[in-house]
Design a protein around this ligand. Structure first.
Ligand SMILES: Nc1ncnc2c1ncn2[C@@H]1O[C@H](COP(=O)(O)OP(=O)(O)OP(=O)(O)O)[C@@H](O)[C@H]1O
Ligand SMILES: [Zn+2]
Ligand SMILES: [Zn+2]
Length: 885
């Protein structure tokens, strides 16, 4: 801004004073300020010679501070509750073009659809502290101080300050510059000149000014403006530190590995290292093989390995992976790929491929040419920790063009990844749901893998967005294709795509009809190498009991477990719950031990012989010691009901002492990298059986797994939720799909007390189509999604009566507003207490609105409803809810 027109500077409004420029001339901008606890948009004036675009990062005065802000939109009318004298000027555009075009349109669309304030959307979209981290710095411009150039140099101009000074020409010598300056400005200059580099953060300068010169923020800011106008100093945003070469220790095998005095453990470690091409990061080696640095050093002393420092990429966060090349595709993969690569505009594609059909290979080959064209791709996955394999496959193909973005990254890592994206380098970003907001410029393709997975939906906090919706809007705005991949597509997607592709086929290409809805259905109906899907054997556990088998394992499953080791194969046992037992009750009086904070029973946790016996709440994490007597009647006879992962592992140890089970659930995978470590050990055959929950269902590709046992399918079936069947079916098919992915054929043993249930029957035959048709019919009858829309009002409060009264009040309001015309009306279900009425001491009520799909229902003003809630009651509006509390 060194060419600031001095003549105009006199008209810049000083805080507290007011120069009327005539309102027609004023350009106003609404900004989001980055200040903790501050919400909403603030209006500022754009100085006449400043250009501000939506998305620019600004500096604005805020109270007595100077804060970072984002320009949201220009407005041409002053908000009604403000008058011009209150409006302050944008101080400076710190950084322009920070966000890709369309980015703000996307965020606004999310805010609108999910009935949230824009600031809430911005909070999920941007990495934490994005603005706060952009430090503003001030540095001297020594050239201008020593040789101020002639007109139109700022020094030669005529401005307010110079008029005060009778002899402006003296300013042409450096030593005389200070003579023209205000006290604040010359103090700043002094501070800068006193330093070695003449370069400080503005924050530091402000502190010094206030401490040493008693200059308050307002004059300080004016002083700085003065210096900038005169071209004596410049202000800049501290650059992201260039990637520092970081060094890390790697361990590699030497040729000399048969030293005679090696222990068997040392030999084993060398063998493991050999399996990784003789080369690993020391950290990874220690973690994966449960060894220590000292052990590795001893191997080095014996000359079997060398340890050396190697440079790593700053963003790299996983072990080195072998690079690989494109596989030659099967016929259906080829067809699918051809369709996807031929799309250059917005289109929605469903890639419906059975488990193990090679969807990932299609993604990889669809992305490769984009990178060559300088474009980027966004790959959304349910949970990154659970799928280290997927990330590895991408890294193996695209090396360091792959970045990972998810909430488990540290703030710093997230910030770096974000800034790094803005460079516009073509890259592949793999991330979980919030990565749908990643600001990749030149986006060529969005992929949502396992699109049926409910972790793409955020239940809380607001915005309660579904990444699939946002991805669709994003693809539309970027005009690029969106690929939804799954072996068990959600019914929502199934219906959308079917409708879309029908219109596609039958639309009449007259120029007057709307363009065909760009939907494509692509199918991979077979596994790679025509391997069969594993047969599913359904075992009726009632029958087992009748025939005298009281074990949690059926005879079939026992036999299969016995065969595992003989055949050198591995298996997976799926259990619906972690912990040991789902509840504990007294045999004498029937008392069930419950959480003091929630309306649920406590689960019994006990991992091994000497470990403490604990009761744990799976909702609020309350923990207590397991009592030895019934708290109600003191009876010592407490019984455990329901089996969790711990119990199954204990039973296994009793019945199959030779089998080596590995528990894989959220209790055992809490630490960073634990998923990878455990899976690696399993793949290395340190264990025979993986025993785990839901997290087993997501994308595991382990060829030597031939057996999948579902210990009790019933736990999945009975939920008071209209989606229970859909979810249960997806889970069963996905778990079953982990079996038989290699050369050996697989099998699935599904144990249940309700073998006749339609979900079990459909899973038995892997019959997606008929399950889906039957389920859709039921949804249509009841106007449930995808044939209707739902909006869930979730209320909660520490006060039981307050939340009930508020729920009733809101329901009344909704009823009052209900349109009379039956075609455009909505249905109100409730108010009702939530399924679990109290969680973490908060009482929960809900109201469900059911809306027809195709009408334009006028909804009541939700902001008004929000205002009706007393401060003790919190209200969340969940649009298209997936979990009914
Ligand atoms: N054309 C191919 N030729 C040989 N092997 C392939 C080919 N395509 C994929 N594979 C391999 O087949 C296995 C299964 O592929 P992938 O994991 O991509 O299946 P998927 O469809 O994503 O399965 P799921 O939905 O069960 O996760 C992988 O090990 C992959 O490397
Ligand atoms: Zn009792
Ligand atoms: Zn609880």
């Amino acid at each position: 801004m060194s060419n600031y027109n001095f003549g105009l500077s006199a008209t810049v409004a000083e805080p507290g004073s007011f120069y009327d420029l005539g309102s027609t001339q004023d350009r106003l901008v609404e900004v989001l300020v980055d200040c903790p606890g501050v919400q909403g948009l603030y209006t500022y004036r754009i100085p006449p010679d400043m250009q501000v675009e939506p998305g620019d990062i600004l500096n604005v005065p805020f109270g007595s501070q100077q804060v970072g802000a984002i320009a949201i939109r220009e407005i041409n009318q002053l908000p009604a509750d403000l008058n011009l004298s209150q409006i302050r000027d944008v101080e400076e555009v710190v950084c322009s073009g920070f966000f890709p075009t369309n980015y703000w349109t996307l965020l606004e669309r999310v805010a609108e659809y999910y009935y949230t304030q824009l600031i809430q959307v911005v909070k999920v979209a941007l990495p934490p502290g994005l603005l706060a981290r952009s430090q503003r710095r001030i540095r001297l411009k020594p050239d201008n101080i020593e040789n101020p150039s002639p007109s139109p140099s700022p020094l030669a101009g005529r401005g307010a300050r110079e008029i005060e000074n009778p002899n402006p020409q003296k300013g042409s010598r450096a030593s005389g510059v200070e003579a023209f300056l205000s006290h604040a400005a010359s103090s700043i200059l002094q501070l800068l000149q006193a330093g070695k580099t003449g370069d400080y953060t503005w924050k530091y300068l402000q502190q010094q000014l206030s401490k040493k010169h008693r200059i308050t923020p307002t004059p300080a800011r004016r002083g700085l403006q003065e210096l900038i106008r005169r071209g004596l100093v410049e202000s800049y945003l501290e650059e992201q530190r260039p990637p520092q070469p970081q060094l890390k220790q790697a361990v590699s095998l030497t040729g000399y590995r048969h030293s005679p005095d090696l222990t068997s453990r040392q030999r084993e470690l060398l063998k493991f290292l050999g399996q990784h091409d003789g080369d690993l990061w020391v950290d990874d080696f220690v973690e994966i093989y449960n060894t220590t640095r000292e052990t590795i050093q001893r191997l080095e002393e014996k000359g079997c390995v060398v340890i050396e420092e190697r440079e790593i990429l700053r963003l790299e966060s996983s072990p080195v992976v072998e690079s690989d090349r494109s596989k030659s595709l099967t016929e259906s993969q080829t067809q699918a790929l051809a369709t996807i690569t031929n799309l250059s505009n917005f289109a929605q594609v469903l890639l419906h491929g059975v488990t193990g059909s090679g969807k990932t290979e299609v993604y990889l080959q669809a992305i490769a040419p984009l990178l060559e064209q300088g474009k980027s791709a966004l790959v959304l996955v349910p949970e990154i920790g659970l799928t280290p394999q997927l990330t590895d496959r991408f890294r193996a193909r695209f090396g360091n063009k792959v970045c990972v973005y998810h909430s488990a990254l540290s703030d710093g890592e997230r910030y770096d990844t974000w800034r790094q994206m803005l460079t516009g380098e073509p890259q592949v970003l793999i991330g979980t749901r919030s990565a749908v907001f990643a600001p990749l410029p030149k986006l060529g393709l969005i992929i949502l893998d396992e699109e049926h997975d409910s972790s793409f939906k955020q239940d809380q906090p607001v915005p309660t967005y579904h990444a699939r919706n946002v991805a669709t809007w994003r693809a539309e705005l970027e005009n690029c294709p969106l690929v939804l991949g799954s072996a068990t597509p959600s019914l929502d997607t199934w219906v959308t795509i079917n409708q879309g592709s029908r219109e596609n086929n039958f639309s009449n290409p007259s120029p007057l009809s709307p363009p065909p809805s760009p939907s494509h259905y692509l199918s991979l109906p077979e596994r790679i190498q025509s391997r069969p899907l594993p047969p599913v054997e359904v075992v009726d556990m009632r029958q087992e009991l009748r025939e005298g088998n009281r074990s949690i394992f059926s005879r079939s499953l026992k036999e299969a477990l016995q065969q595992l080791q003989e055949r050198e194969q591995q298996g997976i046992l799926f259990i619906h719950r972690r912990g040991h037992s789902t509840f504990v009750s007294c045999r004498t009086c029937g008392y069930v031990i419950e959480c003091p904070n929630c309306d649920v029973s406590l689960a019994y946790h006990h991992t091994q012989e000497r470990a403490p016996e604990l009761l744990r709440c799976h909702y609020c994490n309350f923990v207590s010691a397991h009592p030895s007597n019934c708290p109600e009647c003191s009876s010592p006879y407490l019984k455990f009901f329901g089996s969790g992962t711990q119990r199954v592992v204990q039973e296994l140890e009793k019945e199959f002492p030779q089998l080596r089970p590995l528990r894989f659930d959220s209790d055992t995978t809490r630490t960073k990298g634990a998923h990878r470590t455990l899976l690696t050990r399993f793949v290395n055959r340190e264990f025979d059986l993986l025993v785990g929950t839901q997290m087993l269902t997501k994308g595991l590709d382990i060829p030597q797994v031939t057996l999948v046992g579902i210990v009790a399918a019933d736990g999945l079936l009975h939920f008071p939720d209209y989606r229970a069947s859909e979810r249960a079916f997806q889970t069963l098919i996905q778990v079953a799909g982990r079996s038989g992915r290699g050369d050996d054929p697989g099998r699935v043993i599904l144990q249940t007390y309700t073998p006749e249930h339609p979900v079990i029957q459909a899973a038995r035959t892997h019959d997606y189509q008929s399950f889906t048709e039957a389920e859709l019919q039921q949804r249509a009858t009841l106007n449930y999604p995808p044939y209707g829309r739902l909006i869930l009002f979730k209320l909660s409060s520490l006060e039981e009566t307050a939340v009930q009264e508020t729920a009733e009040l809101l329901a009344n309001e909704l009823e009052k507003n209900e349109p009379n015309d039956s075609t455009s009306s909505y249905e109100i279900l409730g108010p009702a207490p939530a399924n679990i009425m109290r969680v973490a001491n908060r009482y929960r009520w809900q109201i469900l609105l059911k809306l027809p799909l195709d009408s334009t229902v006028t909804l009541p003003d939700f902001n008004y409803l929000r205002e009706l809630c007393p401060s003790s009651v919190s209200l969340t509006i969940d649009v298209d809810p997936l979990n009914m509390m």
